[in-house]
Design a protein. Structure first.
Length: 228
């Protein structure tokens, strides 16, 4: 059976990683993306979707990007609300929905913004033999991590989610990570593997926080100042 043809999806490259379930507000002011929003508004509400891909290099604004400047796994953004400002900008509220693989760019799209040729990536469980226990371990470390950082609210109704996939993406969105680290977690092909990597990262971060807390405080009243 031949593989399905890639879907066409408008792209919005950012120096950020969108994951399923994450709310992403956007202020749109660049002409090509104003056109993108206008094209989205011309569609039925349930079809107002575009793709967010993280940039490997280059600026978010300016000349159009080529494929080499983009990471190859992104996430669809569903438009939840649009507000046009008096300055002619659009304020968008979007949420991440489905991961996709960026297979190429549609060079014949005829739009000022990029259009990707994408393949949706279903969320596989992976090795599910210990998925519940794995999710529980990550949830415990995630709670401890947030407490160490002084964060009490989860931002999720009902607290830490019980669904392993939802939990895995909550951790991706909420950990203090740089773009390459967050992108690497987005690209992990299944929930179990992502949770295992998050368990490792959270263990490392908690150990680091504890090590820093155990260092003796410096008495600034008796320390000689460094003239340099």
């Amino acid at each position: 059976m031949p593989a399905a043809a890639p879907e066409r999806l408008p792209l919005f490259p950012l120096h950020a990683v969108l994951v399923p379930g994450l709310v992403l507000p956007l202020t749109v002011f660049e002409p090509r993306y104003l056109t993108l929003v206008e094209h989205l508004l011309a569609r039925p509400e349930d079809e107002r979707t575009f793709g967010v891909v993280a940039l490997r290099s280059g600026r978010e604004s300016g000349r159009p990007h080529d494929l080499a400047a983009l990471h190859r796994v992104g996430c669809t953004a569903v438009v939840r609300s649009v507000t046009e400002t008096d300055e002619g900008r659009y304020e968008l509220l979007t949420s991440g929905a489905v991961r996709f693989r960026l297979d190429g760019l549609d060079e014949d799209a005829g739009t000022p913004y990029l259009t990707g040729l994408v393949t949706p990536l279903p969320e596989a469980e992976g090795d599910g033999s210990d998925l519940a226990a794995l999710a529980a371990a990550v949830a415990a470390r995630w709670t401890a991590y947030r407490q160490r950082l002084g964060i009490t609210a989860t931002g999720v109704p009902g607290g830490v989610p019980s669904d392993p996939a939802v939990l895995s993406y909550l951790v991706v969105a909420g950990m203090v990570l740089d773009v390459p680290q967050r992108q690497a977690l987005l690209e992990v092909p299944d929930t179990a593997s992502r949770l295992r990597e998050e368990r490792r990262l959270l263990h490392r971060e908690l150990a680091l926080v504890e090590a820093l807390r155990s260092l003796p405080a410096q008495d600034l009243t008796t320390t000689e100042p460094d003239p340099n």
